[in-house]
Design a protein around this ligand. Structure first.
Ligand code: NAD
Length: 315
């Protein structure tokens, strides 16, 4: 029987360990199993995190290293295995497509030996390629596979706008859509701050300092590579994104977030995975929304589709 509070994390390096620690801090699981090709790394991270559960600030979570047999009764499986872009490398996640789609294949072959019931959250890059591979090649229920997609870019976008207007980023609504990567774009027509539409924001906030849309668009893409070049990897933002998804699933929240899954005719697109607003709850991804976009935004979405399709064809 499924244990809804059991989470399996596959990949125990920078991203997997950050997710492990945030899940334990936020008390989003009753059991966490950690799997990595490097079994010592998984064991070490699990042991370290398990000691933190003795503190009054933690719940009594059973944290341990595991095997794929742990997937049998897991409620949620998070895939973070496979290399990332390294400092100084070509700044494009799509260069990881061949290597990481092979890794997704080997991991899904193992997972499907044990379950087709757990929610799978894909995080490995290139995110949309990884999500598409695992969602389309393994006869796993489609609604149970989701990629974190442009939720991370959306968090970054909110922070950038929040800094400009000196406002809580959680007051900022609107989406970054398309590929999690270089062709991600803000759907400016969806953006508002606490209900105030973008074209009135400068007046509402009494700002003479207008936002430079192009600079913001560039920063949303570039900042990931800046972080990689500065600290070696990105992991804190994506760990928070993972927790946001887990919370929606655990608490059956019916939350609408931008997330990646295969498109099924939305915007006339099929055979590719991209982020559009979708509804997440205990059952998985239960609804996708074709929000109204301007012609220019549609073109950007089609450009994202081309970019991801090309990478899919290459592997
Ligand atoms: P990393 O290179 O430090 O670690 C990868 C880990 O995967 C290693 O521990 C390795 O042993 C393990 N691994 C490789 N093949 C495996 C397999 N078949 N089974 C089990 N484990 C395997 O990478 P990282 O910095 O932890 O990043 C992990 C992934 O997450 C990368 O692809 C990175 O690009 C991606 N990422 C995605 C987002 C996002 O928003 N989706 C954000 C940050 C990072």
């Amino acid at each position: 029987m499924i244990k809804r509070g059991k989470v399996v994390i596959i990949g125990a390096s920078n991203v997997g360990s950050a997710i492990l620690n945030k899940i334990t801090d936020f008390q989003l699981a009753s059991e966490i199993a950690l799997i990595d090709l490097n079994a010592d790394k998984a064991k070490g991270e699990a042991l370290d995190a398990s000691h933190a559960t003795s503190c009054i600030y933690s719940t009594n979570i059973n944290v341990h290293s595991g095997t794929y047999a742990d997937c049998k009764d897991a409620g949620i499986i998070i895939i973070t295995a496979g290399p990332s872009i390294r400092p100084g490398e070509t700044p494009d996640r799509l260069i990881l497509a061949k290597t990481n789609s092979k890794i997704m294949g080997s991991i899904m072959t193992e997972i499907t030996k044990y379950t087709k019931e757990a929610m799978i959250i894909a995080i490995t890059n290139p995110l949309d390629v990884a999500t598409h591979c695992i969602a389309t090649k393994f006869d796993y229920p489609r609604e149970k596979i989701v990629g974190t997609g442009t939720m991370l870019e959306t968090f970054r976008f909110r922070r950038i706008l929040a800094n400009h207007y000196h406002v809580d980023p959680k007051n900022i609504h609107g989406y970054i859509l398309g590929e999690h990567g270089n062709s991600a774009f803000p759907a400016w027509s969806t953006v508002n701050i606490a209900g105030m539409p973008l074209e009135h924001l400068d007046d509402c906030f009494n700002f003479s300092d207008k936002i430079e849309r192009k600079a913001i668009e560039d920063e949303i893409v570039q900042v990931a590579y800046d972080i990689i070049n500065l600290k070696g990897w990105t992991n804190t933002g994506i760990a928070m994104v993972a927790c946001r998804f887990i919370k929606s699933i655990l608490y059956d929240e019916h939350t609408i977030l931008p997330m990646s899954a295969p498109l099924e005719g939305e915007y006339g697109l099929t055979d590719v995975s991209l982020s559009i607003p979708r509804m997440l709850c205990a059952e998985g991804v239960v609804k996708s929304f074709e929000v109204k976009l301007t012609d220019e935004e549609r073109k950007l979405l089609y450009a994202s589709a081309d970019s991801v399709r090309k990478a899919l064809a290459s592997c």
